[in-house]
Design a protein. Structure first.
Length: 481
């Protein structure tokens, strides 16, 4: 033991030089110079630590890579947004990309191109591509030169046959020949025609139901507030919920047929009309629009009827006792507390301020927002509204609400007139609750060739429904002279 102490003496001297301390005893020296016991890791532990370290590094690299990729994508997106298409890529011999781009811009919602110009462009493109003739001109390749991906073979040979005039003819002479490309050209213009007219149809909000699989609009309506809304004391809390009912109404279908004889098409070339088929599509669309808009005011509302639910049917709860195939009552909120709340008799007199304010008051009491209300009336009743201010020797107040600027404003509610409204009627409509559900948007379908003419029809499927019928008021029987 003495030899070990002597051998370790120089180490003690070095410590004492760096940090002066008092002399220590032999025992203390032995205690301080005893070698520490180090923890020893097994080979398995070292391997595990190495794998964890590599995994952490890989995760860090992957995160950095994702950040770089995201940054590059964002920069690329910004760069591509600034790129302008300058070269023209030919689709076929007649129509180029530039023409289609111009057409798409012309029918966009921000376009300032007139509807007349839009329908002329649609007709020109459809005619150049051969869509109005039921085929595409540039598809002239022979069967042997075409690529076939899914087919069956007879040995090593691909079998096909030539098509004659009657090869695919249906036994029904009025069979349909769907032309998707033709719809792509004309449908945007037809849609613009139906929505750019200044009428009630254009005022109503449209909901997209094009992906719905059945033939009914289904919606829930609030029929009762939560009864536990109240002041309370103590710690007890009562819970409940609002009362709602589910309603449904069928989609209704509207159409107009289009037909132009072949000699008329030929004779109109270079004349004042030009593309007579395109002009016929335009005129027929306006005729369809007139029918649809007039249907909004009709007293029709049964689910078995072919027409949509009209304003008067909703307002006259006493004369029309069912709605959405249910019996109307105050319990399900399909009928007002009193029939006169929503169906006010004008008594063959000029429209009165009292009746107008009663209509507004009823809608407000049914939780309508004043900013969503609008009066819709015939042009005659619009003039009668002016007479109210003429008699009071006051300037006629005009609306500043978006979409109704410059029109008569009565107590904060703008007045809108429509030629399809009956001469003696005035309707108060809540535009938030009265809506149109579009199932099939306006679409042009071409019929099969069975004579020397171009035939087709424009169709649309939609439903009109009201989520709060008690907010709609009708003032009927007003003086018209």
């Amino acid at each position: 033991m003495t030899d070990e102490i002597k051998e370790k003496a120089p180490e003690i001297t070095e410590v004492e030089v760096k940090t002066p301390v008092e002399p220590v005893s032999t025992k203390e020296v032995v205690k301080e110079t005893t070698p520490e016991v180090k923890e020893v890791f097994s080979s398995e532990d070292k391997k595990l630590l190495k794998e964890m370290k590599e995994q952490k590094m890989n995760e860090q690299k992957e995160m950095e890579y994702k950040e770089i990729v995201a940054k590059v994508k964002e920069e690329l997106k910004e760069s591509l947004a600034k790129v302008e298409v300058e070269n023209k890529v030919s689709i076929n011999k007649d129509v180029e990309c530039k023409e289609l781009i111009e057409f798409n811009n012309a029918v966009s919602k921000d376009s300032k191109v007139s509807v007349d110009a839009q329908i002329a462009m649609a007709g020109k493109i459809a005619d150049q591509t051969g869509l109005t003739m039921g085929s595409i001109k540039n598809d002239k390749s022979m069967a042997e030169a075409r690529t076939y991906k899914n087919f069956s073979t007879n040995g090593t040979k691909l079998e096909f046959k030539g098509l004659g005039i009657t090869t695919n003819q249906n036994t029904d002479t009025d069979y349909l020949l769907s032309a998707a490309e033709l719809r792509d050209v004309f449908d945007p213009v037809i849609y613009n025609l139906l929505n750019q007219k200044t009428n009630t149809w254009n005022l109503l909000s449209k909901d997209d139901y094009s992906s719905k699989g059945n033939n009914q609009v289904q919606f829930s309506a609030l029929i009762g507030a939560n009864s536990t809304a109240s002041a309370y004391t103590g710690n007890a809390v009562s819970t409940s919920n609002s009362s709602r009912l589910k309603f449904m109404t069928k989609f209704k279908k509207y159409q107009v047929g289009v037909e132009v004889d072949g000699d008329m098409i030929a004779a109109a070339r270079g004349g004042p009309i030009g593309d007579v088929f395109a002009q016929e599509v335009r005129d027929s669309t306006e005729a369809l629009m007139s029918v649809i808009n007039a249907a909004l005011f009709a007293e029709v509302g049964l689910e078995t009827a072919s027409g949509v639910i009209g304003f008067e049917y909703i307002c006259d709860s006493a004369g029309n006792t069912s709605l959405y195939n249910l019996t109307r009552s105050t319990t399900n909120k399909l009928a007002p507390a009193a029939a006169g709340n929503t169906y006010i008799n004008g008594a063959s007199a000029d429209v009165s301020i009292a009746n107008l304010r009663a209509a507004i008051r009823n809608a407000i009491e049914e939780s309508a927002d004043l900013n969503n209300l609008v009066f819709i009336m015939s042009p005659i009743q619009y003039d009668k509204m002016k007479g109210i201010y003429d008699a009071a020797q006051r300037l006629i107040p005009t609306s500043s609400r978006f979409g109704f600027e410059g029109r008569i404003d009565f107590d904060g509610v703008p007045c809108f007139y429509d030629k399809d409204c009956n001469d003696d009627d005035i309707f108060l409509v809540d535009l938030e609750s009265h809506r149109v559900a579009m199932w099939v948007p306006p679409t042009l379908e071409m019929l099969g060739k069975d004579s020397d003419s171009q035939k087709g029809f424009i169709k649309t499927y939609f439903a009109v429904y009201n989520r709060a019928p008690r907010r709609m008021v009708m003032i009927y029987g007003n003086a018209t002279s």
